[in-house]
Design a protein around this ligand. Sequence first.
Ligand code: GAL
Length: 691
Amino acid sequence: MRNKLLMIGMLMSACLNLFGQQTKSFFPEKNLTTVGAYYYPEHWDESQWERDLKKMAELGFEFTHFGEFAWAQLEPEEGKYDFSWLDKAIELSAKYNLKVVLCTTTATPPVWLTRSHPEILLKNENGTYYDHGARQHASFTNTFYREYSLKIIHELGKRYGNDPRVIGWQLDNEPGVRQDFNDEALKRFRLFLRNKYDNDINKLNKAWGTAFWSQIYPDFEMINFPRPSHWGQNPHQLLDWRRFYAHEAATFLDEQALVLKKYCKNQWITSNYIPNYEEGHIGKSKEFDFYTYTRYMVYGDPGIGKFGFRIGDPMRIPFANDFFRPVSGMYGVMELQPGQVNWGTLNSQPYPGAIRLWLWSVFAGGSDLTCTYRFRQPLYGDEQFHQAIIGPDGVTTSRGGLEFVQFINEIDKLRKTYKPGKALPRDYLKRKTGILYNHENAWSISKRPLTYKWNFENHVQKYYKPLKSFGAPVDIIYEGKSWKEYPVLIAPAYEMVDDSLITEWKNYAEQGGHLILTCRTGIKDRMSQLFELPLGGKIYPLIGGTTDFYDLLPDNHPGTVKMDGKIYKWSVWGDILTPYKGTEVWANYDSDYYAGKPAVLHNKVGKGSITYIGVESENGELEKDVLKRIYSLYKASVMNLPEGVWMEYRDGFGIAVNYSSDTFSFPLPANTDIIIGEQDIKPAGVLVWKY
Ligand code: GAL
């Protein structure tokens, strides 16, 4: 069995590599990256298109992006298509050497469709419907809407699939998980469950624990969506329901991709996701060449330091880079904020240089493309006041536009000195870390957080942030990927496990890996049912100890933990542990009636180790110090970058960025060849050097 699993793992990683390589061929390595901008011909007078596209090319953009909201213009009447305007826009783009990304139009069904088939409109839990007049108002869980969508996608594919001016496709727009309470959605939900449980209602009853509160279902047709109640909901039903919606989003996009693939020659297929990691559909469409994300940085988030609200959260881009890249070995950003937006809680001016900083941040993670929403600032519609590369007069380049131009010119400089085949520095690779992520753990925990202080994302960030301050390359990965390339693997709050995962964890450590498990790990099966064991019993052999109990503290009563004489405050979660003989205790509780009991255990396993961090500290310092200790175990060097500063290497270049409000002097080796910026990196500054 183990051999079989190993072979499957090897095969999967071989496929992934192949997949990554194939995808790479769409983007010549010598170009490093390419920059584009959204343009909406349908929003402007035809007489202006040429002027605008010419200007886009003159500014240095290399591709444009058309059509994701133009269903009504492309199919003004059912079955009557009008591609003439898009033909013309593509022709003009080509005239100025702009490649084109085309989109499927499914985010904005036209009114003739919604009026003749109102059943495609999303129905809310309270029975109200979305309606025509905005966007994303149709349901992915409506079979008829899916079929209708595929019709126009066939037409688009037929017309442009073999057009060398079109480089790739974006499916839908920011496709997300959308709950729909229509009958049709319920039908599909029941079918999903029948498939999952082999049409055997007893299996479902067992998985959903329906013996509890007399919930037993005699038939699939009696199942409903989980609805609000006087008290409580079935957690296992909720889990399957969320799985259903993630599946619906992923499969709808796959259906679109399969249609396009009938026609496409040398064109890639992707979509532009909001990095809502917990929605569960990102990375799950099998037919994509790669994944892209959309990112807005200044919208009311405080960031860090006095300029933080103008610079944005320093972890927002790198985390997305590190999440999207491992899915298929490459990634891009389809929308990057070009200036003030109009939808934030506070739409401040970005700090001078911040837009360029974000562009470099995207690049640093290894991306192949960045596009911006949008080229011209709209004069009408819901996105008035949303800045763009060109201002409302249609001709003046905005400050953000100039920062894009600066980045484009700087990339040009890099292209000139680029030499292929440069390997990544060894000390950088030595600290490469995988974070094992599964959104389902977040779902499961969110049903019973047990403390108002629990936040899954914050918990993960308490590990991710120190990794970035160490200058460690990080991949955030799902199960199924080989862990060989990661000397350190962290599985934060990995609540739901099964025996094969436990075995893989053990093998990983035995073969020399350093596994870190954190509180709330290994206590439930994949249906979110507790194991019939002492709490966490599944992982006791791995962590070399037991959990006696957990404690949760209020804001006004934090506890303390001591490690190497240093005191750390905690309150979110604390597992009170007992070590087995031979297991090292790295940290103990220092307060309350369990003072002296272990909070962190370190267990040597084969050639590697398993460390269990049973406590979440208030400021992440404990997690940071434990991580440092693990890297020093196998003599990996780590950096000590201040909050807001991080760095990466790619293609022979080192890139450091500063999101903090203070100047930071970056520790560069003597005689380093600086290409862009200065060693003293100012707030929102960037430093690029050759390594
Ligand atoms: C994105 C969306 C774009 C545009 C943009 C405005 O989320 O995909 O279509 O609305 O926001 O910032």
